[in-house]
Design a protein. Structure first.
Length: 258
């Protein structure tokens, strides 16, 4: 499995970087946009980046399953490996000319995420994590911050319209316990910043596995902690999650669950 993972890591990095070039080359141009009917948008660039990633994976690892956010959905085969892809995390930012967007690629082996790659092309930042081997930014090891709750920056889920009552209740509970609150509109950006030590905490209610799979592994491998909203082990089936530097985690679980 280690040899397979090393080979697949090279594929993931290549796919993320090539998809990232598509995003950058088309940023700021007039592009076709489609409303998916759930308050979310998809552009022709999402689809082009997805096509690039899936094409590379299918050529190199035709025996692997693939789960992707956009047009091709899930490509299921009988395999222990599943790729989980978001070709453009932060689509709404991208469409509006905001440079907070990236590519997220995770690899699941026997129902456990073992590889995560996040590429933020505007800053040429490549984040990688392998299970049990640490987290890296452009090949330099990174780690979470040591700030406590009163000095913590919280990234909060911006999709409040979907779960208005519990999310507003949670926000009210935590708002005066942290230093400040932000909404980036890109899970890849939020989780990579936690892993890098720039941000301490994220609370999400409505993310999908392609949003968080790579990033939560990155946070854990950088020394942080990730759980579902009740403090249980997270999985790609989790309905929501908390990711943190670990120091603030138990305090936040206590606050939001009481």
């Amino acid at each position: 499995m280690k040899l397979d993972l090393a080979r697949r890591k090279k594929i993931a990095v290549k796919a993320a970087e090539q998809a990232g070039r598509i995003l950058v080359d088309n940023f700021g141009r007039a592009i076709r946009i489609k409303d998916k009917g759930d308050w979310s948008l998809v552009s022709e660039i999402d689809l082009a980046a997805e096509e690039k990633i899936i094409g590379l994976i299918k050529k190199a690892c035709p025996q692997d399953s693939i789960l992707s956010e956009e047009g091709q959905g899930e490509i299921a085969v009988d395999s222990d490996f599943k790729w989980i892809i978001d070709p453009l995390d932060g689509t709404h930012n991208y469409i509006k000319g905001v440079t907070i967007f990236g590519v997220s690629i995770a690899l699941e082996f026997k129902n456990e995420i073992v590889l995560g790659v996040i590429y933020m092309p505007p800053a040429n930042e490549l984040y990688t994590a392998e299970k049990g081997r640490g987290a890296y930014l452009n090949n330099k090891k990174i780690s979470v911050s040591e700030r406590g709750l009163s000095r913590a920056t919280l990234i909060y889920d911006s999709s409040i319209r979907y779960n208005k009552e519990p999310m507003i209740d949670c926000l009210e509970k935590v708002s005066d316990k942290v230093f400040n609150i932000r909404m980036f509109g890109s899970t890849a950006r939020s989780l990579s910043y936690i892993a890098e030590g720039k941000i301490e905490l994220e609370i999400e209610y409505n993310d999908k596995p392609w949003d968080f799979a790579a990033g939560l592994l990155l946070v854990e491998e950088a020394g942080g902690r990730a759980t579902d909203l009740q403090g249980n082990k997270w999985s790609t089936a989790s309905a929501g999650y908390i990711a943190s530097n670990g120091i603030v985690h138990e305090d936040i679980l206590t606050i939001i669950n009481n």
